[in-house]
Design a binder for this molecule. Sequence first.
Ligand SMILES: *Cc1c(COP(=O)(O)O)cnc(C)c1O
Length: 397
Amino acid sequence: MSTLRVLSTAHGGEGGYDADMQTENTLPTRLLLGPGPSNAHPEVLAAMAQPLIGHLDPAFLALLDGVQTDLRTLFGTDNRFTLPLSAPGSAGMEACLVNLLEPGDRIVIGANGVFGRRMSEVAHRAGAQVTRIDSPWGEPVDEAGVLKAIQDESPDVVAFVHAETSTGVRQDPEVIARHAREAGSLVVLDCVTSLAGLTLELDRWGIDAAYSGSQKCLSCSPGLSPLSFSERALERVRARKVPVQSWFLDVSLLDGYYGTERVYHHTAPISALYGLQAGVRRALAEGMPARSARHLEAAEYLIEKVQPLGFEPLVRSEYRLPPLTTLRIPENLGAEGESALRRRLLTQHGIEVGGGLGELAGQVWRVGLMGENARLECVDRLVWALDKELNSNPGTE
Ligand SMILES: *Cc1c(COP(=O)(O)O)cnc(C)c1O
């Protein structure tokens, strides 16, 4: 990986450019093995460096069309309304919830980590009556609890996370989605860490709205949220009694630009979309069966290699999420030791891994092997550095 260079230029007089006043800041090279972002492939970086064209230029609209088609394939859907929202994954979450919920509507949320809780917070702020079914962190969603809540409440919306990045748990979406649809509820699925890492089948599972992020298994720059709504979901939005509170996230308005009319809504982040085009093309050229197998192989290799160093997987094997593995840190390390060790991995070896979030802070590491980084070489680099640090620093201060 080449070093990223940022040139900051100072201008001398009359808008002129004075080479002597140019200062150069060099950013470090990092291997990003945390919960995102992952490293972008040089093809993605090169795509982003292309000259700008207008966001209504026919050439740009053709690029956008291609990206939308490719995203449908990756999501496993025919949903016409499938687009890269100009905002991070959290905004994709918000877009799903604020469009599908009106004040007073009921939502049941299966929560087993940070992102399920975030959904509850967003739904609450949208004025919904929220029933949150919690399960312990590191476990899948409490399916029986969610099914009972669906039966008891006939909620307008049921929402949960496919790939819980805060705990490393993969949720099987089929059973909850089927029961929710039978009860007449719309189903929202967080696919931020699953898109392009696991094979998605939104249509077969019966998902009505899903969102993702560009910086995880797509290995693109952060700031775009692939988003997809079914016709059923769009009908629900059209039937609203009160307008969507957010102008920017209102899907009917977004449809004006991303649909067939192609009228101005906001200025699309052109360069980020060049990168996304390159990223989705790489994913499709590889093919999802091979790509998800690669993620699984890398995650299994990671666990095999770190166990001798005292790291144990938190999640039972049947629920593990290959793009993100949570590892219990060795007991003798302690909370202070673990953050010092992560710091040394970063500063001495240029490797970023994630710490635990919320209830798991100080107890686990979150190691992302996402997209371009789901490779045995990345694991080898991490394990080599870890071995060196653990063995050259007895007691690890
Ligand atoms: C990262 C992540 C998000 C939030 O995405 P941002 O781009 O950071 O806003 C939401 N849900 C899950 C499961 C994630 O991993």
